[in-house]
Ligand binder design. Sequence first.
Ligand code: FMN
Length: 186
Amino acid sequence: MIQLKIILGSTREGRKGPAVANWVFEVAKKYTAFETELIDLKQVNLPFMDEPVHPRMQQYTHQHTKDWSAKISAADAFIFVTPEYNHGMPAPLKNALDFLFKEWAYKPVAMVGYGGVAGGTRAIQQLKQVTNTLQMFAFDGLLLANFTKQLNEGGGFAATEANEKAAEAMFVQLQKLHETLKEFRQ
Ligand SMILES: Cc1cc2nc3c(=O)[nH]c(=O)nc-3n(C[C@H](O)[C@H](O)[C@H](O)COP(=O)(O)O)c2cc1C
């Protein structure tokens, strides 16, 4: 089974990200090749990056880093569900990335952006630059423009047929990339 971690990048009070992340998590359950965990950075609750040595050395001094390292090491592939804050990526997601290095390397990441007209595009552009440095293989999974129009009263995300199709393509792409990068990691 491909160990897939869906990481939700927003942590603020009243955030809408869980609606999108929960929908992606539900879709993931249809794909039996994947064993999926939804990671909420609000629950992970990392402090601002506080390790004295560059993460490349993996000489972690804090238990929260060791726990985070174990969780990300166990992953084969990722989906980052991200909002766009002031045309950039949300700080908690950048912080969570900066804590580690090798644990991310040679793993595929599909980006699911949500926002206004741009659907998180600019956050994803920044994330591509950062994840490229971490030696990940990033691609656009889904861009959910004006996503609040698709939130229902229960706080869920009402996906369109086009969203479902794009999600399907994203899972196919993730699996293909996993097969290639798995060999590269060994
Ligand atoms: C600090 C902040 C900055 C924002 N900047 C953008 C932006 O640049 N582009 C955009 O499309 N939406 C922007 N928004 C609106 C967000 O798309 C919307 O609030 C979304 O719900 C944020 O995700 P979250 O609720 O999971 O935090 C911003 C929202 C906040 C709180």
